[in-house]
Design a protein around this ligand. Structure first.
Ligand code: NDP
Length: 598
């Protein structure tokens, strides 16, 4: 028998309700030094856990909030109803919640946070009339409303399309454990045993309650699932603001079950986390930050940090608001080469999604202008930093500064780049140093320094390296540039394999011709001044005629992060080139010979 996990410094008490006694733990003070009331946050666990699941998050929230956790009836140290059958209905669980809320926060509504079955319960509490005035907000993690799920399945069965049918089937498979819950003896033995084995394998304390939790908790399923899915309530509207956190890699719940949730939740904030099912254990900093920020927003408070890595509170939003906001709201995004062109467009795209952005460039004034624009279009916060990406020391100082001032970067975009054009024999050593310094070493420095911080934090992240179609389309006109971009493409793929185990995605973006000012700073070699000017003029015409806007590259960057894409060719010539490089490389080699002077 293993040791029981505990919530450090918690004050415990038992609250009687409807024939059972609930074990309740409290952390953090109820009032601040100036006598003002602190918001109460109630954290509710799922199956087959007990309240200790939330310990890492609770400890991070306790310096700003009054935090309450309780063992659901039949779990942990709360007593079980007798008989078990009929003792776990959502109505009875609502009674329990109200008894706890009245005891811990009699004069103010509480902020509810639920995981797994804690979230299933939370949806019930947030949508039934008798809890009105007792809940200030609800944060849902890995547990759907049974009513919404019932309507979701019904919609897919009555109006099937191939996509909707696959979605319903997929969720049916993910819910396989629910069928087993109805078999006598299975939950305690199988899920209790499985949970114990998993905890041992991961070196966690094995809770002596696990088998009991697993056996009692099966009644959560038996008393509620079939009946609710068959006859979901028609009026299950949330009467509080809801923050929905969707772990993208949850094996039990498909993100698709939350499609159309806005119909039921008028004030919905969506967030996506690259995490599995037990995010309260694996991502406590991120969750504490988001919960703290959401509570602040609902209370009308705006405070920095606290709560373990938060940042400013987001506005509580109604409905959808910007395509990517659910993914990047409040995330910290750093972009190099941000003062113009593609870099600036990337900063602004993340800003529109409500991210906190850091615009980095050698030109501090222009970077500051980008940051100012970012604030105007909706960035949660925006800052400018000056650094030459080719300078290792400067990049080290930048990485330290960013970590100190703004925190660990969630998304890094290594975009800064320059070009040199002309035959190989006309390129000087200085040309090679300049191009490789910015295009390759800049990316190496960024990946190494910020990647290390992401890995140390242990919550994953994403690195985007802006390569080019020149990485796989050789041309004798751009020897140093093509070489640098090919190296960035290879580095990105190597890094992707290396960092995958730490939840850090890596994408290489390969645009074709994009209308920016890149030609202005391109080093042209092997031409006299007059020839050079006329070639720049002609090249500009090509860029003008092509008219491919940097905003489209930015959009591809955001999608690459969301979908964790490995290599993304951006426009037609980039996609065609990628196919040719695979199917007919000799054709590309023939194109590469076209004389640059011609
Ligand atoms: P721009 O020349 O318009 O912008 C480049 C940006 O990078 C500028 O803000 C520049 O800053 C900054 N920069 C240059 N060197 C450094 C450095 N050493 N340290 C920090 N910042 C630096 O280029 P694009 O926007 O067109 O290019 C962005 C990226 O996209 C590059 O990597 C490029 O190779 C790639 N790309 C571009 C294509 C195109 O057709 N435009 C096609 C395919 C890829 P400053 O203003 O101070 O010079």
């Amino acid at each position: 028998m293993g040791a029981r996990e505990t919530v450090a410094d918690a004050r415990e008490r038992w609250i009687p309700t409807d024939g059972v006694e609930l074990c309740v733990a409290e952390l953090g003070r109820r009032t601040d030094e100036d006598g003002s009331r602190r918001p109460t946050v109630v954290l509710l666990h799922g199956y087959p856990d007990s309240k200790e699941l939330w310990a890492p998050v609770a400890e991070r929230l306790a310096d700003r909030f009054h935090v309450v956790l309780y063992d659901v009836r039949g779990f942990g140290r709360s007593t079980a109803p007798d008989p078990l059958r009929g003792g776990f209905t959502l109505e009875k669980l609502t009674d329990d919640f109200l008894a706890v809320a009245d005891a811990v926060s009699p004069d103010a509504p509480v902020h509810l946070v639920g995981h797994d079955w804690g979230s299933v319960q939370g949806w019930e509490f947030a949508t039934v009339g008798r809890t009105r005035g007792r809940i200030a907000s609800f944060t849902s993690l890995s547990g759907p409303s049974l009513d919404h799920l019932g309507h979701w399945f019904a919609g897919r069965l009555t109006r099937p399309t191939p996509r909707r049918a696959v979605q319903a089937l997929g969720q049916g498979v993910r819910s396989s454990h629910v069928y087993l819950m109805h078999l006598p003896g299975v939950p305690g033995t199988v899920f209790g045993g499985l949970g114990t084995a998993l905890a041992r394998r991961r070196g966690r304390p094995v809770s002596p309650d696990l088998r009991g939790n697993a056996a009692h908790g099966a009644w959560l399923y038996r008393d509620n699932v079939r009946s609710r899915l068959r006859a979901p309530r028609e009026d299950a509207y949330a009467h509080v603001p809801v923050q929905l956190i969707t772990p993208a890699d949850d094996p039990f719940l498909s993100p698709a079950v939350h499609d159309g949730l806005e119909r039921w939740v008028p004030r919905l904030t969506r967030r996506t986390l690259r995490a599995g099912h037990w995010a309260p254990r694996t991502h406590p900093d991120r969750l504490a930050g988001w919960i703290g920020a959401f509570v602040d927003a609902c209370e009308g408070r705006r405070e920095d940090g606290g709560g373990g890595g938060g940042g400013d509170a987001p506005a509580v939003r109604g409905g959808r608001h910007g395509t990517y906001a659910e993914y990047f709201g409040e995330q910290l995004v750093l972009v190099t080469g941000a003062s113009r062109g593609i870099g600036r467009a990337i900063v602004l795209a993340f800003a529109r999604a409500g991210a906190r952005v850091v615009a980095v460039d050698t030109d501090g004034e222009n970077a500051a202008r980008t940051a100012e624009l970012a604030r105007r279009v909706g960035a949660a916060r925006a800052w400018a930093e000056t650094a030459d990406v080719s300078d290792g020391r400067a990049m080290e100082a930048l990485a330290e500064r960013v970590a100190d001032r703004y925190g660990v970067v969630d998304v890094l975009v290594n975009n800064a780049g320059i070009a040199a054009a002309g035959p190989f024999l006309e390129h000087t050593e200085d040309d090679w140093n300049a191009v490789l310094g910015t295009n390759l070493w800049g990316v190496v420095h960024g990946c190494r320094l910020f990647g290390r911080q992401m890995a140390a934090r242990g919550e994953g992240g994403h690195i985007v390296n802006v390569s080019s179609c020149a990485a796989y389309e050789p041309t004798r006109a751009l020897p140093a540039y093509c070489t640098s971009k090919a190296a960035v493409l290879m580095l990105s793929q190597v890094l992707r394999a290396d960092l995958a185990g730490q939840g850090i995605g890596v994408s290489a973006i390969c645009p074709g011709i994009v209308s920016t000012t890149i030609l202005d700073d391109t080093r042209f070699r092997g031409f006299d001044e007059q020839d050079r000017q006329s070639r720049i003029k002609r090249a500009r015409q090509v860029y003008r005629i092509r008219r491919y806007p940097p905003e489209k590259v930015a959009d591809a960057v955001l999608r690459a992060v969301i979908r964790d894409k490995a290599v993304v060719p951006v426009n037609l010539e980039a996609r065609a080139g990628l196919w040719l490089s695979r199917l007919a490389p000799s054709l590309l080699r023939a194109f590469a010979r076209i004389n640059v002077r011609a």
